[in-house]
Ligand binder design. Structure first.
Ligand code: ADP
Ligand code: MG
Ligand code: MG
Length: 250
């Protein structure tokens, strides 16, 4: 069944057009990878799907389960089952990982989440991800390593159990542990009822994940779509051919 359908999407930030007529369809049960050079607009796309108010949609539509969500606020989209992995912007002393996740779940499900039951669920999920039990009682973002940040994102995803999970992996160099955490978290999460869009160019993640669909994004548009062989080709040859096709002098 179709989960997400983006048609002719244009978006701008501070009067600069970033997404320039983007089309994308994601069905339930699929893992999609989006690759693209720096500045192509991949993170912008992730934020626009999530509904970040920083990005203005000027044209096009976003359908989620055949419903137009283009004008929906972030929290409405979250309740409908869209998830974008996020880092709290700063270290938050006094809020434990456990409390943070429980509050987030209560907000999204709009139901009270009982402490004891949640502790059980969290312990289970953490076990699956090989996360040490002490992690739940740590303060949010205090002295996280790169791998721990990833654990936090994947835990968020597993606890909130979205229909569409968007993981933006472009930021930093992931160490071997982090790659394993992300890959295992995604594989265990994957089902016939959800879909995952992962923004990455990381070879190891691509190998582990075996994505169903690979997209290439250049200059605010999806310019190519294929299977894993497309990712392998790009990791070998880069984005030169797309730039040449556009007539750029880069
Ligand atoms: P990618 O994730 O593919 O590297 P981004 O979506 O981060 O690309 O950025 C695309 C373009 O949009 C870049 O030129 C970037 O400078 C610009 N951009 C993204 N977010 C903002 C923002 N919040 N304010 C201003 N410019 C932005
Ligand atoms: Mg970037
Ligand atoms: Mg990015």
């Amino acid at each position: 069944a179709e989960l997400l359908r983006i048609t002719g999407l244009k978006s701008q930030v501070e009067d600069k057009e970033i997404l320039k007529g983007l089309d994308l369809v994601v069905n339930k049960g699929e893992v999609h990878v989006i690759m693209g050079p720096n500045g192509a607009g991949k993170s912008t796309l992730a934020n626009v799907i999530m509904g970040s108010p920083k990005y203005e949609v000027t044209e096009g539509t976003i359908l989620f389960e055949n419903e137009d969500i283009t004008e929906d606020a972030v929290n409405e989209r979250a309740k409908k089952g869209i998830f974008l992995s996020f880092q709290a912007p700063q270290e938050i002393p006094g809020i434990t990982v456990e409390n943070f996740l429980r509050t987030a779940k209560a907000q999204i499900t709009e139901k009270p989440v009982k402490a004891i039951q949640f502790k059980k669920e969290l312990t289970e999920k953490m076990k699956e991800l090989d996360i040490d039990r002490s992690y739940a009682q740590r303060y949010l973002n205090m002295g996280y390593s790169g791998g721990e940040k990833k654990k936090n994102e994947i835990l968020q995803m597993r606890i909130l159990n979205p229909k569409l999970a968007i993981l933006d992996e472009t930021d930093s160099g992931l160490d071997v542990d982090a790659v394993k955490i992300v890959s295992k978290g995604v594989i265990d999460f994957k089902s016939e009822d959800n879909a995952i869009v992962i923004i990455t160019h990381h070879n190891n993640i691509l190998d582990y994940l075996n994505p169903d669909v690979v997209h290439v994004m250049v200059d605010g548009k999806i310019v190519d779509t294929g299977d894993i062989s497309l990712a392998n080709e790009i990791n070998k040859n880069g984005y030169v051919k797309y730039r040449e096709a556009k007539g750029e002098a880069e």
